[in-house]
Design a protein around this ligand. Structure first.
Ligand SMILES: [Zn+2]
Length: 175
């Protein structure tokens, strides 16, 4: 396979795990569609490293590390907040068609995924980021921008002033 997406696809993940393979890559934040709702901006990249191995019970395992600085929005002032993200997760690979093992619900066991002929690493990375992002982020105490402080307490901005400018000068001055 060729093309820009080929690099983020892993062929035969079971063989990759058994052979102790290693793969790294970088993805643009803008290339992760399901993440966009959570982001204040799409600049930047996220890097990942995938390592294959067998766990203590000789089960094929993938370990995924993700690092990046997504641009999120502060819950308090709504301004941008660069959130340093570092994630490490593990998934066990189930043989295709074999179904998930009985201990799949055991909280001590890493998540299982069924190994297909290939694994879409972009989708896996996006899944893990969605799971790993905190529900809400805020700047540290007193660190919210001045812009927010002005709007928060002192100068009130009436929603009607914005409406007036939308209506245009003629209609806005009618009252
Ligand atoms: Zn803030």
């Amino acid at each position: 396979m060729s093309g820009p997406d080929a690099v983020h696809r892993l062929e035969d993940p079971l063989a990759f795990a058994r052979a102790g393979g290693s793969r790294s890559g970088r993805l643009a934040m803008a290339a992760l569609p399901r993440l966009q709702d959570r982001l204040a901006g799409t600049d930047g990249m996220v890097s990942y490293t995938l390592r294959g191995s067998l766990d203590q019970r000789q089960r094929p395992l993938l370990e995924l590390e993700i690092a990046g600085v997504p641009q999120m929005r502060c819950d308090r002032c709504l301004a941008r907040l660069d959130f340093p993200l570092k994630l490490a997760s593990r998934v066990l690979l189930a043989e295709p068609g074999a179904g998930l093992p009985e201990d799949a619900d055991d909280p001590e066991t890493p998540e299982w995924i069924e190994a297909g002929q290939e694994l879409d690493l972009q989708e896996l990375v996006e899944d893990e980021i969605l799971l790993g992002l905190p529900y809400s982020v805020r700047h540290g105490d007193g660190k919210c921008g001045d812009w927010a402080c002005e709007r928060g307490s002192g100068g009130k901005i009436s929603p009607f002033s914005a409406l007036a400018s939308l209506l245009g000068p003629e209609q806005a001055s009618k009252d």
